[in-house]
Design a protein around this ligand. Structure first.
Ligand code: ATP
Ligand code: MG
Length: 183
């Protein structure tokens, strides 16, 4: 599974529709302090189903919506969509009938998030599992947040174990077990 395109509108400082094409190979994002580099990576984690507003540096999930600036009013919604090349067919079975997957997440103030995969509404869980499975294996994607290495060094053994489990590719199995136990 390759990430090929990211579309952002109304998310944090990305008030106007922005589209980023991710070509094969190495991509660098450069710019002065405060220009939105971390916001861009946060939009990627957000569309992948991030549930913690704290890890979005936000005091509630509504705070990811553009909050206004000099001369620009705040927006009431934000949307991020991610286009994935699934030609290697590594997506979970229920989504694995398409070469291209478009995952989107939209939030409106006070109403929470709606997720879609190829236009069909799905649960947050489905999106989280899609990416938990995709992060399995030696050639998979990995995300390392600003400050994360320092946090890892200072982490409690239990939290460090969670990172190792994710690296070992069993994070998706844990959340499936948790879901099965709830039923
Ligand atoms: P650095 O190089 O310092 O790490 P950066 O390029 O990673 O900087 P970001 O942290 O992505 O910068 O962007 C910070 C900017 O995003 C700030 O100017 C902040 O005001 C703006 N911002 C964050 N959330 C919102 C929001 N909800 N609405 C509008 N602007 C926002
Ligand atoms: Mg930054």
């Amino acid at each position: 599974m390759k990430l090929t395109r990211l579309r952002i509108v109304g998310f944090k400082s990305f008030v106007d529709p922005s589209e980023i094409h991710i070509d094969p190979g190495l991509t660098g994002i450069v710019g002065p302090n405060g220009c939105g580099k971390s916001n861009l990576l946060e939009s990627l984690r957000w569309v992948m189903g991030e549930a913690s507003h704290k890890s979005m540096r936000a005091s509630s999930m509504d705070d990811v919506i553009f909050s206004g600036s000099a001369g620009r009013p705040a927006r009431n919604s934000a949307e991020v969509s991610l286009v994935i090349d699934n030609s290697d067919r590594r997506a979970p079975a229920q989504f694995n009938d398409a070469d291209i997957l478009e995952v989107s997440r939209r939030i409106e103030r006070e109403t929470g998030s709606v997720y879609k995969i190829n236009g069909r509404e799905v649960r947050a869980r489905d999106v989280q599992l899609l990416f938990a499975d995709a992060s399995t294996g030696a050639h998979s994607a990995a995300m390392v947040r600003q400050g994360e290495i320092g946090e890892l060094i200072a982490a409690k053994p239990r939290d460090r174990r969670r990172v190792l489990e994710e690296a070992a590719g069993i994070a998706g199995l844990h959340s499936r077990r948790h879901e099965a136990e709830l039923r």
